[in-house]
Ligand binder design. Structure first.
Ligand code: LMR
Length: 350
């Protein structure tokens, strides 16, 4: 009896000392192939107090299902026009919404289908939770993040420290493939991946691998190519049934957890992501970042590169720049068209 009372007091003391906060996380696109396993993983995260899920349809069933899991995370579901309610007061908004690739498609070929998602979600964030950290999974990441940035700028709500394209799956794949190659636990492999999230814009920096990766250049080239084409490997294997969902959900959940650890003021939280805060080379670029309560505390910039990596970087820059500019141009055009339409409606009402 005495022992259990002492244990209870000790637990309460430890809880007070740890000062762990609980945050509201919103998942937009939560009934899709990535959204469901991502929500499942977040339902188990001790830093999440409220999990607010949104999709255009079928979301109530996902919420009923999640709500039976015995964790203290409270789940709330919102459909279609209720996006603003879903996001209200969110600390982190993560967006897996959008169409996946089919075999033979590039990520850029999803632009037409998914660009509107970036505009709609960024607009809702600017109205309902302008202080939130906003992280996109939606492809093509290389254009989606610039679109969201332009929309937020137009609403005076852009803070580059708080907008992210999630590239964690590239890092996860790099650790896995190198772990397999070296016969090591992949969790013990730390390999930064920089650039963007499509084909040759994905650049694993083997020269900075920890533990150090000593092998033939041919092996590095082969592994680099596998990491760059890993998304396509899954698209082909799924044969028309979509792209990576489980590994992407794992990667996005890891990234959200790192954002939450940063918000919780844990020191030295690091992840690579595609961002526009103090980015080297181009206005948006994936680099290693230190995360904190502000979102990005510090952009660690380009890691030191060897000759092969520097050459690969030079080769990817035109393609990445084109994708960024395509996103910016689309956003400017659509924001201007919307402003004009609103002005016209006002004139008609006079
Ligand atoms: C991935 O890397 O698996 C995702 O970006 C999905 C895709 O289309 O490849």
């Amino acid at each position: 009896m005495l022992a259990s009372t002492t244990k209870g007091l000790l637990q309460r003391f430890l809880n007070q000392r740890s000062c762990r906060r609980e945050f509201k996380v919103a998942v937009v696109g939560a009934s899709g192939g990535i959204g469901q396993p991502l929500s499942l993983l977040l339902k188990q995260n001790p830093l999440v107090g409220e999990l607010s899920i949104h999709d255009m349809k079928n979301i109530k069933g996902v919420q009923a299902d999640l709500s039976h899991i015995c964790t203290s995370v409270q789940t709330n579901a919102y459909e279609d026009q209720e996006l603003g309610d879903c996001l209200a007061g969110a600390d982190v908004v993560v967006v897996p919404a959008g169409m996946p690739r089919k075999p033979g498609m590039t990520r850029d070929q999803l632009f037409e289908a998914n660009a509107g998602v970036a505009l709609r979600v960024a607009c809702a964030v600017s109205e309902s939770c302008p202080q939130a950290l906003l992280a996109f999974v939606t492809n093509p990441i290389n254009s989606i993040v610039p679109i969201a940035a332009e929309l937020l700028k137009s609403k005076d709500a852009y803070d580059p420290r708080r907008l992210f394209g999630i590239t964690t799956l590239d890092v996860v794949r790099a650790s896995t493939f190198v772990g397999d190659f070296l016969n090591l636990n992949p969790r013990k492999v730390d390999l930064p991946v920089i650039g963007g999230h499509a084909g040759k814009t994905i650049l694993p920096v083997f020269s900075q691998c920890c533990p150090s990766f000593q092998c033939q250049l041919e092996d590095i080239k082969r592994l680099t190519h596998r990491i760059q084409e890993a998304g396509t490997e899954v698209v082909i294997a799924k044969a028309g049934a979509g792209s990576a969902t489980l590994s992407m959900a794992y990667a996005a959940a890891r990234f959200v957890n790192s954002l939450l650890r940063g918000l919780n003021e844990e020191p030295d939280v690091m992840e690579c992501a595609f961002v526009g805060y103090k980015s080297p080379c181009l206005p948006f670029f994936a680099t290693p970042l230190v995360l904190s309560g502000k979102g990005i505390e510090k952009n660690l910039g380009l890691p030191h590169l060897d000759d092969f990596e520097r050459e690969s970087l030079e080769q990817m820059l035109p393609e990445l720049e084109k994708s960024i500019q395509k996103g910016i141009a689309y956003a400017k055009e659509n924001i201007a068209a919307k402003d004009e339409q609103e002005q016209c409606q006002k004139e008609c009402q006079k």
